[in-house]
Write a protein that binds this ligand. Structure first.
Ligand SMILES: [Zn+2]
Length: 319
């Protein structure tokens, strides 16, 4: 029961997607323009299938609903699986958007809010994203900038590089720019208020904007960080851990493994292990598995020692 699960991703074709997810990770799909690969998901509109072990072939949501203790102490209070983790390949700019917090979402959308974080996997030279504002705006100034199309003058455009991390708490304006490949960890919710869509037409019409709700929830105070991780790396004999960000909803770190390195998964939370580069093996009490870039593993809470071996980089997310 308490064994590591390997999960099969769910692919989403969206107009702004590219082909890097197939090219870089060898994902197989008949879809074109794969914008998103959902690496950890238990939703009606996307549900991983278990690849290994005695539960092979079962959907991840079914497995979880039968085994809630495997989410750990922090996970058991959630009605739905708490996280959604994706790879995103933005060949074109995404719309500028904002998400509500839990309280606003509960009252207005009957859903959870959404805090998310991005870890930049790769990007084209000069690639940029939008992260908050570059000056604090009043609600009237915010509204006017959309009406008179000066909005982009006030957003904080950040040139990105591989390894940058952006923590996007609910209420933070954000947009992924073209030429960026990233991993996203988020609360399991899709309530999005679109603020600006570059005056683009989709099927001859502009996409709907949600300006009034965005005005309600957006924090216009400029962010103080622009891509830096949480503190210094922690160096072990055969691995380096780098904390990326930490909030009430999730924690993220990267691990660079060179050789054999063991981590402990206790009863607080499950862990998601998303392999970003390289290859090696992952061993728990019951099995040993090969790992390579693009693999996604669910490690149940209280799984104990997990031993990595090889030369690879992984993103580890917990509650
Ligand atoms: Zn978002």
């Amino acid at each position: 029961m308490n064994s590591v699960l390997k999960l099969k991703p769910v692919f989403k074709e969206i107009v702004w997607g590219g082909n890097r997810l197939k090219d870089d990770y060898g994902f197989e799909s008949d879809l074109n323009n794969i914008a998103e690969a959902w690496m950890l998901c238990a939703r009606n509109d996307g549900d991983n299938i278990i690849v290994n072990g005695e539960f092979a072939g079962m959907s991840f949501s079914e497995f979880i609903s039968n085994n809630k203790t495997l989410l750990g102490k922090k996970g058991q209070s959630y009605e739905e699986f708490p996280l959604l983790i994706k790879f995103i390949d933005a060949k074109a700019d995404l719309s500028v958007q904002v998400h509500p917090d839990d309280e606003y979402a509960r009252i207005h959308e009957n859903s959870y809010g959404k805090t998310e974080a991005w870890y930049i996997l790769d990007c084209d030279e000069g690639a940029e994203l939008i992260y908050g504002f570059n000056k604090e705006l009043t609600p009237d100034e915010f509204r006017k900038s959309i009406e008179d199309n000066t909005f982009l003058d006030y957003v904080n455009k950040v040139k990105v590089k591989k390894g940058d991390v952006f923590f996007i708490s609910a209420g933070t304006l954000h947009a992924i720019g073209s030429g960026i490949l990233l991993a996203e960890v988020q609360q399991n919710c899709n309530t999005t208020y679109r603020v600006y869509d570059y005056n683009r037409m989709v099927n001859g019409k502009p996409r709907e904007l949600h300006v009034e709700k965005a005005l309600d929830v957006t924090n216009t105070v400029p962010p103080t960080r622009n891509g830096d991780a949480d503190g210094e790396p922690e160096v072990f004999e055969n691995a380096t851990h780098q904390a990326l960000c930490s909030c009430d909803f999730f924690k993220m770190e990267t691990i660079d493994v060179k050789g054999e390195h063991t981590i402990l998964i206790d009863d607080e939370s499950f862990a998601s292990v998303l392999v970003l580069e390289g290859n090696g093996t992952l061993t728990d009490e019951t099995q040993s598995m090969n790992v390579s870039a693009g693999d996604s593993f669910f490690i149940p809470a209280n799984c104990g020692d997990i031993t990595f071996n090889g030369e690879f980089k992984a993103l580890i997310s917990t509650l």
